[in-house]
Design a binder for this molecule. Structure first.
Ligand code: ZN
Length: 361
């Protein structure tokens, strides 16, 4: 073959490759995106004026060439487990470990080591050792509304003492059945022993506390100007339990999975380019393979569904955060996620230590 023929064949090969690239490009990119946009069609629960979550962050793919990774580091979730169920260690933890996910476990101090249904102190130690967070969920899971003062101190201060005795400082508290976070007397005692507290009833935690249409507030201060407790504050971080009954309707496993997908994707309109403004905090309780156990409590979930949900998070680029990664900026009165771009860019000062009470009654 002479030189001229050689160049011609190289040119022809290059041309073929170029044509193939141009033809294939439109099909090569949106595969990953089609998955998330499909699942997030009806995912907006707040801020209805926001664009479709599937559209958010997609500007980079208009030329068909950029990889669809824009939102991956902006999708987060906080996974909580309440009530010290043994099944959380037996069934949930191996699945979490499989994906490197970490969670926050709200333990009832008087239930640990109580019986075979609950975790042992060795279980709790193992959870902490493997990077999970341990939080307080009272001494006996008492409903804190309407209990006597001595009972209130026992459930809050006594639990703190109980956890500290076992080596857990527990700066975070969770209200049993979400009761008491709207009661000033309860919140006052909570503030004596804990730095932050979590209740329920909302699928998203807005870090500036402004995203709640039914509960408008200017910032995250504990009290509103009229002296009442704000809906969201450092003693009332909003989460939502994952239950299999909603509005008296029993949901099927596929329906529950779709609901989970919607809940975790509802953050997408608010979080971009690694800056986190809203976090879905989802609380789980018991897990089981048994239909009869499943039917005893709405908050119990089937293990295969939990595995499916965690796989979805992993396959779609979600990161887990533990609750202790939430900081509170007492100058701006907003929450923030520690060690994220939003924190370093906004020059946020460290939050006060737990011993500094921000309440005055
Ligand atoms: Zn509970």
């Amino acid at each position: 073959m002479n030189l001229d023929t050689g160049f011609k064949s190289i040119r022809l090969t290059l041309l073929c490759v170029l044509v193939a690239l141009v033809l294939l490009a439109p099909f090569s990119v949106p595969l990953a995106e089609s998955k998330s946009s499909h699942h997030s069609k009806s995912s907006i629960t707040h801020g209805e004026s926001a664009a479709s979550p599937g559209v958010q962050g997609n500007s980079g793919i208009s030329d068909g060439a950029s990889p669809v990774t824009g939102n991956n580091n902006s999708k987060v979730i906080m996974i909580n487990f309440d009530d010290s169920y043994k099944t959380q260690v037996l069934y949930a933890k191996p699945i979490l470990d499989q994906y490197g996910f970490k969670a926050t476990f709200f333990e009832v101090c008087g239930w640990v080591d109580k019986n075979g249904e609950r975790q042992t102190w060795q279980d709790v130690a193992g959870l902490l050792h493997d990077g999970n967070e341990i939080a307080s969920h009272t001494m006996t899971h008492a409903h804190l509304n309407g209990v006597s003062t001595s009972k209130l101190y026992f459930e809050l201060g006594g639990a703190k003492e109980c956890f500290v005795k076992h080596g857990y400082p527990v700066p975070l508290f969770g209200y049993p059945d979400n009761l008491g976070s709207g009661n000033k007397t309860v919140v006052n005692v909570v503030s004596k022993y804990y730095y932050m507290a979590r209740s329920g009833s909302d699928p998203l935690m807005f870090l500036d506390c402004k995203g709640y249409q039914k509960h408008p507030q200017a910032n995250c201060t504990t009290f509103s100007p009229d002296g009442s407790l704000n809906y969201v504050n450092i003693y009332d971080i909003r989460s939502q339990s994952f239950d299999h009954i909603h509005s008296n309707t029993e949901l099927s496993q596929p329906q529950l999975f779709q609901q989970f997908v919607q809940r975790v994707n509802s953050q997408i309109p608010y979080n971009k380019n690694g800056v986190i403004n809203a976090i879905p905090i989802i609380t789980f309780h018991n897990l089981t393979y048994s239909n009869s156990v499943y039917n005893q409590l709405p908050s119990t979930i089937m293990v295969p569904l939990f595995a499916q949900m965690m796989k979805y998070l992993h396959d779609n680029g979600f990161k887990t955060l533990t609750m202790d990664q939430l900081g509170y900026d007492s100058t701006k009165n907003v929450f923030y996620v520690k060690n994220t771009p939003s924190q370093s860019l906004s020059n946020i000062k460290p939050a006060p230590t737990p011993s500094t009470s921000r309440l005055s009654f």
